[in-house]
Design a protein around this ligand. Structure first.
Ligand code: SF4
Ligand code: SF4
Length: 124
């Protein structure tokens, strides 16, 4: 793989991580093109961020971040923490994904997440 292709693949992979930590790449509608996932299409003008319903992504993409892992205010942010505190196993797993990225970076996260069959999964 040449450097440009490798870089594009990496950028594409990061775009497949939702702002909140949900991993879009495993999802069938995303892979068949019926859903653009969390982040695809905003930078090309295909989608309008002002029309997005998710407050997390409006904030995160609006600030130019790849995910909330890049945000220095994450510990005090009520938007993301109220989402993570919701009832349901997946919310804790999305929090775990963002915490993992904060500690280890996107590349290490993607190495693990590429083996998942769901929007979240196991860590070693
Ligand atoms: S809940 Fe919001 S931030 Fe998370 S993947 Fe869905 S649109 Fe993106
Ligand atoms: S302020 Fe909250 S929602 Fe916005 S980028 Fe930071 S953690 Fe995410």
């Amino acid at each position: 793989m040449n450097v440009t292709i490798a870089l594009k693949a990496k950028i594409m992979s990061i775009k497949e991580i939702g702002c909140c930590g949900a991993y879009c790449k495993t999802c069938k509608p995303f892979n068949t093109g019926t859903c653009k996932g969390c982040k695809l299409g905003y930078d090309t003008g295909e989608r309008d961020l002002s029309k997005a319903r998710c407050k997390i992504k409006v904030c995160c993409i609006g600030r130019g971040y790849d995910s909330c892992a890049d945000c220095s205010e994450i510990e005090i942010c009520s938007v993301i923490n109220e989402f993570y505190d919701k009832n349901g196993y997946k919310y804790g797993k999305y929090r775990q994904a963002i915490e993992f990225i904060r500690e280890n970076g996107y590349e290490e996260f993607l190495k693990i997440a590429d083996n998942w069959t769901n929007a979240y999964g196991k860590y070693k």
